[in-house]
Design a protein around this ligand. Structure first.
Ligand code: TYD
Length: 210
């Protein structure tokens, strides 16, 4: 089904505090400067429905059962892809998105110890099989990411508040996903300076557009 799209779908993945939105903004700016039309979006919360799901899944006081959490992210994704991402790709635009299927596999599949393959299948069902052409993984040591978050804010959302052990499993899951699909992933050491990362991203995207 992903063949229906003629644009370019790029996702950014990595732990909380790994710098995804900074790199997404720089990439979008660069592509716009090249005369390309880009759409910057994110999950959860890329649509109006998604904002309500985001509020629930990130800020609900009290527990959410792991399978319910997985379904909420999948519901957000289904609506986002159907109403925003796929239409933009069909118009030939470049979609630059913070987080997608790999977040669910890493956080719900491995972090919450649901079955990674089942979570992937759920997301693929939700999106009618849409996968990105490029996924940039900003890999960062858990303790460095935590220090960045600590200096930036005082309140954590439900996922950020998880223990270091949870985030270490999420990081390992991302690296396994990247190793399994080396053609789709670009893995970068997110401890590098912002401009070094940005030029590595640009080089890879330029190659895809050539
Ligand atoms: P967000 O506030 O968007 O920030 P950041 O991406 O900078 O961390 O956080 C979204 C949170 O939701 C994040 O902790 C990861 C989590 N998440 C999942 O657990 N599963 C998913 O499928 C997605 C998209 C996000």
């Amino acid at each position: 089904m992903s063949g229906a799209a003629s644009g370019l779908f790029i996702t950014l993945e990595g732990g909380d505090g790994s710098g995804k939105s900074t790199q997404a903004a720089l990439l979008s700016e660069w592509l716009t400067g090249q005369g390309r039309t880009t759409v910057r979006t994110r999950e959860p919360g890329g649509t109006e429905v998604g904002l309500e799901v985001r509020e629930l899944v990130l800020h609900h006081r009290g527990d959410i059962a792991p399978r319910a959490e997985a379904l909420l992210y999948a519901a957000d994704r289904a609506h986002h892809v159907a109403t925003l991402v796929r239409p933009a790709l069909e118009r030939g635009e470049i979609v630059i998105q913070d987080r997608y299927i790999d977040s669910s596999v890493a956080y719900q599949g491995v972090g919450r110890v649901l079955d990674a393959q089942e979570i992937r299948s759920l997301s693929l069902w939700a999106t009618e099989g849409l996968l990105p052409q490029l996924t940039i993984l900003l890999d960062l040591d858990e303790s460095v990411a935590r220090a960045r978050l600590d200096s930036a804010r005082t309140r954590y959302d439900r996922l950020e508040a998880e223990a270091a052990e949870f985030h270490a499993r999420v990081r390992a899951a991302y690296l396994d996903l990247a190793a399994a699909e080396p053609d789709r992933f670009l893995v970068l050491d997110a401890a590098q300076p912002v401009d070094v990362l940005a030029s590595a991203v640009r080089a890879r995207v330029a190659a895809l557009l050539a």
